[in-house]
Ligand binder design. Structure first.
Ligand code: HEM
Length: 162
């Protein structure tokens, strides 16, 4: 019997909800800086695949800003991780990377967009997750567009709610 189960503690792959506890910071050389909040939902159906949904809102107006959802796949027997992502902005993307301790770094492996997606077109995304010792999760997202080299777009910290 799994000791985590008998003690009532969460198994590692339990569904989870995370919320930003203070506003995240958005920036890019071509846009005014902004602050946002975000919720992360993770679920699974008993397979070694995680279903995720990230919803971001403007911190002050609460307007929905960005949404992405998809699947997280792990290569069995390795520390390789893939995110298969659909974004509301019309991008679909596969990011791949490696889990090292409590850090996960991912880079775009494949990217496609709708024929009428707004310019500038994003060319490359790089994402870094860090689970901190205090239990908070940090995400940093950088991107390169047709106009700009790879640069930070987002930084945010979440706390686990359930
Ligand atoms: C702008 C991509 C996530 C909020 C942009 C731009 C791009 C982009 C290409 C236009 C930059 C320019 O004009 O030079 C992405 C990608 C994301 C992402 C690829 C995910 C991987 C987010 C999130 C938020 C957000 C989570 C949170 C609220 C904004 C805002 C702008 C912006 C407010 C400026 C206004 C606008 O162009 O709509 N983003 N973004 N983005 N992004 Fe993101």
């Amino acid at each position: 019997r799994d000791p985590a189960e008998s003690s009532g503690a969460r198994p590692r792959l339990a569904p989870g909800l995370w919320e930003s506890d203070e506003p995240g910071e958005g920036s890019f050389p071509t846009i005014p800086p902004f602050r946002y909040s975000e919720t992360l939902h993770f679920t699974h159906v008993g397979q070694p695949v995680i279903n995720f949904m990230f919803n971001a809102f403007h911190a002050e107006s609460k307007k929905p800003l960005h949404r992405e959802c998809g699947f997280i796949r792990l290569q069995p027997g390795t520390n390789r991780v893939a995110f298969i992502i659909a974004q509301n902005s019309g991008i679909v993307e596969i990011e791949e990377g490696e889990l090292t301790g409590r850090q996960l770094t991912l880079q775009t492996h494949a990217l496609a967009r709708t024929s009428f997606a707004r310019e500038p077109h994003v060319q490359q995304i790089s994402r870094h997750f860090q689970l901190r010792a205090d239990g908070r999760l940090e995400q940093t997202v950088s991107m390169a567009t047709g106009d700009q080299p790879l640069m930070q777009h987002l930084h945010i910290t979440y706390r686990r709610c359930s």
